[in-house]
Design a protein around this ligand. Structure first.
Ligand code: GCO
Length: 462
């Protein structure tokens, strides 16, 4: 998600304290609230060439010189494909109630079509069974960016056909795992594929083509809707999209900044929310793209009804707000994390959750990602002291709690991420995990934040 921002002086201290617990205070979450952690297949599994797995666009991209930091790839990653049982034990020890993971499409269909690969299905069957054995509820994402390369070779998400291939792949999974996966998420962050993959080009497939980008935005949402329909046809579980949402604030009091922030919100949020929850793309974004855009020409009759197929829940991923100036540029107002695109602003969590409920009605919400990267260090005494992550999580959880108190139907919260992992173009330098991964040995070490999170889960609050 890297953004080019310039920095404004902070007008005031971050208002994380609003709603955060004072000394001795307790913020309890509703009974049954789900505490979880999230990962994705390419970022943790490794085993890139095993058991019939095909190539994905991320294999191609990360193996292309100059595309990722230090030339890092997901070939080995956190070796979760081999260490899954130990990783599940760690999750149980933390007390997780929910585990959000993604399924690698090229493990299920090496070329993205046709008969499924039994060994790929077996891996996820073992994983899901292992979760149930440990009392952890599986939440499976169908697509977290690892498109089979063979489908990219026929146009990838620019090709409308890919949406139909996705629905077939989804149906394979619903048939094989539908009896034991209660919650499915369709497409992870369609916007990031659009912006990073097709506008800025620093994610796979690495293009800089605005016309293609918004056609891709439509096809990803068509794919989402087709998968929702496939689930209804085959029966089991709940389903929804996973959207990264960003509150967009005017950077100053001018009318120009207000207007620009509104359009920015259209591209960041309403382009995905209005379509899925209201059945129409936002008029301001469509007007801005123009009537002859590839996207506008790519919307067939009936598509929006498919996109807006009723969902059971909406997964929200929150990392950062945007401040938009009168020229439509973004400016930075709060301290950033190790990721220069991430401004630390916990109130943004409250704002985005309450806004979704206010504007789109009481659709059940789950936070499926929230977290921050640090250059965590394994100390000689075997500990990893990530105090910054603890305050980040505490402040964001407090903001989510405040939203629940104001009527937001939030049912669960997942930290990004369970494990340190392959952070896309940033390779392994940024560590996002609750659990430290010592890559040379693949040893896992619970960071201080993991011990802290275990107590949050036990208390069901802060
Ligand atoms: C995303 C993805 C994750 C990232 C995380 C940190 O939001 O980019 O869903 O795969 O690793 O968000 O950037």
């Amino acid at each position: 998600m890297s953004m080019h921002t310039r920095r404004l002086p902070s007008p005031a201290a971050p208002s994380a304290a609003d709603g955060a617990p004072g000394p001795g205070a307790e913020l309890r979450f509703p009974a049954g609230f789900g505490w979880g952690a999230a990962t994705s297949a390419y970022q943790i599994e490794g085993a890139a060439k095993e058991d019939g797995r095909g190539e994905s666009v991320w294999d191609t991209f990360s193996r292309t010189p100059g595309r990722t930091r230090n030339g890092d790839t997901g070939d080995v990653a956190a070796d979760h494909y081999h260490r899954w049982a130990d990783d599940l034990d760690l999750m149980r020890d933390l007390g997780l109630g929910s585990y959000r993971f993604s399924i690698s499409w090229p493990r299920i269909q090496a070329d993205g079509t046709g008969a499924p690969n039994q060994r790929g299905l077996d891996f996820y069957r073992r994983l899901v069974d292992g979760l149930h054995e440990r009392g952890i509820s599986p939440m499976a994402t169908l697509f977290h960016w690892d498109l089979p390369q063979a489908l990219q070779d026929t146009g990838g998400w620019e090709n409308r056909d890919t949406a139909y291939r996705f629905a077939e792949y989804a149906e394979v999974l619903f048939r094989h795992l539908g009896d034991r996966v209660p919650v499915w998420l369709t497409i992870n962050e369609p916007k990031t594929v659009v912006q990073n993959g097709y506008l800025e080009g620093h994610h796979a497939p690495g293009f800089q083509d605005p016309q293609a980008a918004y056609l891709v935005a439509h096809h990803l949402q068509l794919a989402h809707g087709l998968a929702v329909r496939a689930l209804r046809a085959t029966g089991a579980g709940r389903i929804g999209p996973a959207l990264n949402l960003h509150p967009c604030y005017p950077a100053d009091d001018s009318a120009e900044a207000a207007r620009a922030a509104r359009l920015h919100d259209g591209y960041e949020n309403r382009l995905y929310l209005d379509s899925i929850l209201k059945g129409s793309y936002p008029a301001d974004v469509l007007a801005d793209l123009g009537p002859d855009s590839r996207m506008a020409r790519g919307i067939a009759d009936g598509d929006l009804e498919i996109v807006a197929s009723p969902i059971d829940l909406l997964a929200v991923q929150y990392y950062t707000p945007y401040y938009v100036d009168g020229e439509g540029g973004t400016v930075s107002r709060w301290p950033t994390s190790q990721a220069d695109w991430q401004q630390i602003y916990p109130d943004g969590m409250y704002d985005i959750l309450t806004r979704v409920t206010r504007d789109y009605g009481p659709v059940p919400l789950t936070v499926t990602e929230n977290g921050l990267p640090q250059a965590d260090v394994l100390a000689a005494d075997g500990t990893v002291d990530d105090a910054g992550r603890i305050s980040f999580l505490r402040d964001h959880m407090a903001a989510a709690h405040r939203a629940v108190g104001d009527g937001v139907p939030l049912e669960s919260y997942h930290v990004w991420s369970l494990l340190d992992n392959f952070e896309w173009a940033e390779g392994y330098e940024q560590r996002w995990g609750l659990v430290y991964v010592d890559y040379p040995t693949q040893r896992r070490v619970l960071k201080r934040s993991a011990h802290w999170y275990r107590e949050v889960i036990r208390a069901n609050g802060l």
